[in-house]
Design a binder for this molecule. Structure first.
Ligand code: DC
Length: 218
């Protein structure tokens, strides 16, 4: 069994930035489970599946295979053998992932992949239900959050840097909607595990958050 650190929290809380740095400092493998949901979302977008049509989404899962690999230590997502890593981080893909991740067949599809990685390796795994559902016995559980305003501003800066056209207002609205969906869905909703450490990064620098989390890890 690997040493497992679970890090959950809402969209834009900085989970991936922080988890990558903790992974580097501690020698863990970083596993981004949101990227797996985003990989499947690309499949649904390519097929023109309506995310509200649960049966169509469940059916479309049957011919999707999501696998992961590492190139120079960076996680790569393959969809039916094609490396789709560069396509994952758009608002369109994120919204499709948020909507379809509420459907049981979508979650089932990715469960084994996530658990088997954690069983074999020392990992820091980020997502929404890692501490509550995927790895209930994780050695360390962190719930990383920040205010909606802080998260929206961070997402805005990230997208602007990539040259994407976006508005702070639209991103704030998307984040509120995504929070609502991720936290109220019937299966595996986002919530803090009882034994998770709460870290609110609204007024913390990145190194402060990394130090705080590392202080809980082996
Ligand atoms: O972390 P992210 O923004 O890349 O995740 C995209 C969506 O995927 C998120 O809105 C909800 C879903 N997700 C999930 O349901 N469970 C996870 N463990 C990770 C992500």
């Amino acid at each position: 069994m690997g040493y497992n650190v679970a890090i959950d929290g809402p969209a834009g809380a900085g989970k991936s930035t922080i988890a990558k740095l903790v992974a580097k400092e501690k020698g863990y493998i970083y596993v981004d489970t949101g990227a797996m949901y985003r990989g499947l979302a690309i499949h649904f977008l390519k097929k023109g599946v309506d995310p509200e049509d649960k049966n169509a989404v469940a059916e479309a899962c049957k011919d999707a295979e999501v696998t992961i690999g590492y190139e120079n230590g960076v996680q790569q997502i393959y969809l039916n053998g094609e490396n789709v890593t560069g396509m994952l981080r758009t608002e369109e893909v994120g919204n499709m992932a948020s909507k379809t991740s509420a459907i049981p067949q979508v979650r089932e599809k990715l469960l084994d992949l996530q658990r088997s990685l954690a069983a074999e390796k020392d990992v820091i795994m980020d997502g929404r239900d890692i501490g509550t559902n995927i790895l209930p016995d994780a050695d360390v559980k962190i719930y990383l959050t920040a205010s909606v305003e802080t998260r929206a501003k961070r997402r805005y800066d990230e997208l602007k840097e990539k040259g994407e056209d976006c508005s702070l207002e639209n991103i704030s609205r998307d984040i509120r909607e995504r929070d609502e969906r991720d936290m109220t869905r019937a299966i595996a909703p986002l919530r803090k595990a009882e034994d998770a450490v709460l870290v609110d990064s609204s007024d913390m620098t990145i190194p402060e958050v990394v130090d705080e989390i590392c202080s809980h890890c082996r």
